[in-house]
Design a protein around this ligand. Structure first.
Ligand code: IPD
Ligand code: CA
Ligand code: CA
Ligand code: CA
Length: 273
């Protein structure tokens, strides 16, 4: 039945992520010889991203045939209607490219499967950390096969919060500074590790109590949002509304208490001067 099919899909996504991770791991010792192709003044992609994506899509194409493919490096714009209906695969072959290119050990493969627009399978494979986060809708979230839960910290002063900086558009920086000012003095710490899929996985397993980032693409968060939800947390847009993996979005995640606190604080900071 349906559950069996999704269990099979999860196994396929785990294998595909491992195939991508192997490409990345093999290339890691040789980063100084890589070509950086420019996607924007401060935004790069390497041949490793492309090779990992090809390896992932080969496995996914066999295990989940006839699905719509949304993948950062080879199929980044797909009409919304195609993602809203039927089966779609959402792939970030190397999340944290900047980290990878610098040898900073925080990057992952992220794969989600959507049915009628909703993630039903999610895998985040942290390559240097050798950690595989998995989730199936209704089936909970796991880290290397062991069930995970969001944290139960409700006191902001005890909270560790993850975030991502806006780095593509200078216009995004000022409102972000206001958000940061509203959060940082009230929590134990704020971290910017540099791979959004792992940030969300970190919320799912309780290392982070909350997370926000103002501009992410579906391949950054489709798998992670399912991890968070299946681990008992919330993953929404900034207003607390349902998050969809059709296009770019802000993402707000956390255990339920810290999600609520962050939502209030962040939105307030943008209203006042
Ligand atoms: C990036 C990372 C980063 C986030 C950026 C993403 P990439 O993904 O997830 O943490 O801040 O917005 O684009 O380009 O390394 O796959
Ligand atoms: Ca990128
Ligand atoms: Ca990414
Ligand atoms: Ca990427």
């Amino acid at each position: 039945g349906l559950q069996q099919e999704r269990t099979d899909w999860l196994a396929v996504a785990v294998r595909a992520a491992a195939a991508g991770a192997a490409v990345i791991r093999d290339a890691a010792p040789d980063i100084r010889n890589l070509d950086w192709r420019s996607k924007g003044p401060t935004d790069f992609v390497s041949e490793v991203d492309l090779a990992a994506e090809a390896a992932i899509l080969a496995v996914m194409g066999e295990g989940v045939p006839r699905a719509t493919v949304l993948a950062e490096e080879s199929a980044a714009s797909v009409p919304r209607e195609l993602l809203e209906h039927g089966v779609a695969i959402v792939v970030d072959p190397l999340d944290g490219t900047t980290n990878f290119l610098h040898g900073y050990p925080e990057y992952a493969v992220s794969i989600a499967i959507l049915v009628d627009g909703e993630p039903v399978v999610g895998v985040v494979h942290d390559v240097p950390g050798d950690e595989v986060f998995t989730a199936r809708a209704g089936g909970g979230a796991q880290l290397n096969g062991q069930p995970i839960r969001v944290s139960d910290i409700t006191d902001p002063q005890r909270a560790l919060i993850g975030t991502g900086f806006p780095f593509r558009d200078p216009n995004d920086i000022d409102p972000y500074h206001r958000q940061m000012a509203a959060v940082m003095a009230h929590v134990s710490g704020v971290r910017r590790p540099g791979a959004a899929s792992i940030d969300l996985a970190s919320v799912a397993c309780g290392r982070f109590d909350g997370f926000w980032e103002m501009m992410l693409s579906p391949w950054d968060f489709a798998a992670g949002m399912l991890l968070v939800r299946e681990a008992g947390g919330r993953a929404t847009d900034m207003s607390g509304a349902h998050l969809t993996a059709f296009g770019p979005s802000a993402v707000l995640a956390g255990n339920p208490a810290m999600h609520r606190w962050l939502q209030n604080r962040l939105n307030q900071s943008l209203r006042t001067n």
